[in-house]
Design a protein around this ligand. Sequence first.
Ligand code: NAP
Length: 298
Amino acid sequence: MGMDRIAAGAIIDGKQFAAGLLEDITARVAKLKDATGEVPGLAVVLVGADPASAVYVGSKHRQTIAAGMNSFKHELPADATQDQLMALIDRLNVDPAVHGILVQLPLPAHLDANAVIQEINPDKDVDGFHISNAGRLATGQPALVPCTPLGCLMLLKDRLGANLSGLHAVVVGKSNIVGKPMAQLLLAENCTVTVAHSRTKNTPDLCRAADILIVAVGRPGLVRGDWIKPGAVVIDVGINRVETPEGKSRIVGDVAFEEARHAGAITPVPGGVGPMTIACLLSNTLTAFCRQHSISVD
Ligand code: NAP
């Protein structure tokens, strides 16, 4: 039995890594407070009462406070107008206590989410979704980088070392929030990058050539064991709720985890990429604060 399982050392513990990152952020916030008398402030905007969104916003609020930062929660009713939301963003853009702004998605259908995101001051866009940040990332300039791919890159470097140059990375999924910025980050690290998506004809073959395999699709168990090259590092971004035979539900990733015994390393779901996302949001808020104060980010 033991032989069949993924070796403990091959499992990338994102929960533990995120806890370490949060500790480091907390210590840096305390130092900045001593030096400047100020702490970073994160404004989170929630429109409507979607239960999952409310849980995410609550969790972001708690962790922001725990890191010693200011957290400003703005809750608008589900029937808020586009003008009301834009006016709130305009106020937050010029509020000196607010260094990061996050609008919890999805927004109710009558609102134009893209217009709201483009209204955010790019220097405060801690989700990294503004076209200005996407452009900066793509052209190698200092950007605020979307939290999930940023967390994936940190986990990769922790496992493989800082130098990823020349490795072949395959990214499955090309969304604006995960796949595309992930591909840009890996290009910036001088990886050879292949991006596969729903129209790609030979995805399993492409995956088999990957030293680094990042999967962000949203289909449970899409990537089978024989898509994975022995020794490859696999980052599973997927979060899928599935029914168990006992009629309960559990969260699984996009990779058939039990088949990935020959991977060099793999992130579990849950406990892999997920915990990194909020930690990276706070890291981005700290980065935004430092840049707005012309303080070195490191
Ligand atoms: P998305 O916007 O739905 O994008 C999914 C991507 O997968 C699309 O590019 C799509 O291709 C591609 N795709 C669909 N079916 C495919 C197939 N059979 N083979 C190859 N590619 C296929 O999703 P997302 O927002 O990027 O999220 C992806 C997953 O990551 C979801 O499970 C989500 O819950 C999870 N997620 C996790 C975190 C975290 O914190 N861990 C954060 C964000 C997202 P086309 O572009 O051609 O349609």
